[in-house]
Design a protein around this ligand. Structure first.
Ligand code: AMP
Length: 358
């Protein structure tokens, strides 16, 4: 098989949420087809992809049939179990590769990897027992954050320890799961870099975005971020170093804290990222197309920013604002086709183009 997938080729996507949906739309625009694998029936991507397999991550037979039906496999969800990936990898390439997944599935492996590259993270210690937590707090001090090492997202599996008296409560909140204590970073802002690396090793990064969270969930991303030009290039160089070290193929989200002493890496996501949704209306080639291009072995596209943009997530009942948002100027609506609006559930987003001078 040649490295470049021709139009008509089939891309397998593990996970059929909104990211898989937007990847499928981007693939369709390039004449490529998608096959979604998701344990849940009728995921958002099923409405737009050519094929859907509904089966458990442990269903080896379904995974093998899925892999055999596609030309390459990618994912929108980094917590796919290792055994499922083994079954697939024996049949088709997985892009981005296994190392990126292993590193991002476990917070301590991720921080060990980042610090091995000379990058700076929050101070961190592994916590399994209550005594580990006492020791870690003695070394790192409060305030700090205790996080489960696996399966955390959108602020889930996290407990803040503002004072030492909160340690017991935080430890109980981990419910016996292995955790990592992180020193609290006093940052002035949070930014992220969405970067891509092609099969040929070329790297392209989008302009960093500035992120604001509400209740642990991304609320807005604004570009351009308020950064000095030195910080801007530093952010992009950090992302490139990570992609090259992982021999990465695809798009990655790199979340950074801006502090007085420089940029710290919070976490990396080996996939398209919520803080990169602004690229859909701020660039000629958005993060979804860029990812599809990379995993399909195509050249990376032109991702330079052509507008100032603010992306706002529509979470839970925010979706009731759609009739009003649909009438606003300079506003692009992106809805995910989810029928039920539960609290904390991402239902869609809007990208607002900010006219020059505002
Ligand atoms: P995470 O799931 O690790 O991305 O954490 C979610 C959010 O919690 C981040 O975007 C930050 O706003 C905040 N946060 C996480 N870790 C730290 C830290 N070590 N210091 C300060 N804030 C943090």
């Amino acid at each position: 098989m040649s490295d470049t997938l021709p139009p008509g080729a089939m891309i397998g996507i593990l996970g059929g949420g909104q990211l898989g949906r937007m990847l499928s739309v981007a693939a369709a625009r390039l004449g490529l087809r998608c096959h979604i694998y998701d344990p849940a029936p009728s995921p958002p991507a099923a409405q737009v992809a050519e094929r859907v397999t509904t089966a458990a991550w442990e269903d080896r037979e379904a995974l093998v049939a899925f892999a055999a039906s596609v030309d390459v496999v990618t994912y929108e969800f980094e917590n796919v179990p290792a055994a499922s990936l083994d079954a697939i990898e024996a049949i088709r390439p997985i892009r981005p590769g296994r190392r990126a997944l292993a590193v991002s599935q476990e917070r301590i492996a991720e921080k060990d990897f980042l610090t091995s590259l000379g990058l700076v993270t929050a101070p961190y210690r592994r916590v399994i027992t209550r005594d580990d937590l006492t020791q870690a707090l003695a070394e790192i001090g409060a305030p700090a954050i205790l996080k489960t090492t696996r399966l955390g997202y959108d602020g889930k599996g996290q407990a803040r320890i503002r004072h030492l008296e909160e340690a017991d409560h935080a430890f109980t909140a981990m419910a016996g799961a292995e955790a990592v204590l992180e020193g609290f970073v006093s940052f002035s802002r949070e930014v992220s870099v969405i970067a891509a690396r092609g099969l040929d090793g070329s790297v392209a990064a989008y302009d960093p975005g500035e992120n604001v969270h509400r209740e642990g969930i991304l609320h807005t991303t604004r570009v351009p971020a308020t950064l000095t030009s030195a910080q801007r290039s530093d952010a992009v160089l950090i992302a490139a170093r990570i992609l090259n070290a992982l021999d990465y193929v695809g798009v990655m989200g790199v979340e950074l804290f801006v502090t007085e002493t420089g940029l710290l890496v919070n976490e990396i996501a080996p996939r398209v990222h919520n803080s990169g949704h602004w690229t859909q209306n701020g660039c000629v080639v958005d993060q979804f197309e860029q990812h599809i291009r990379a995993v399909a072995g195509w050249p990376l596209g032109d991702g330079h920013r052509i507008a100032d943009v603010e992306m706002e997530n529509l979470v839970g009942d925010d979706v009731q604002r759609v009739p009003e948002l649909a009438q606003q100027a300079n506003t692009a609506l992106h809805l995910y086709g989810k029928s039920e609006a539960r609290p904390g559930r991402k239902m869609g987003h809007v990208n607002r183009i900010i006219p020059a001078g505002r």
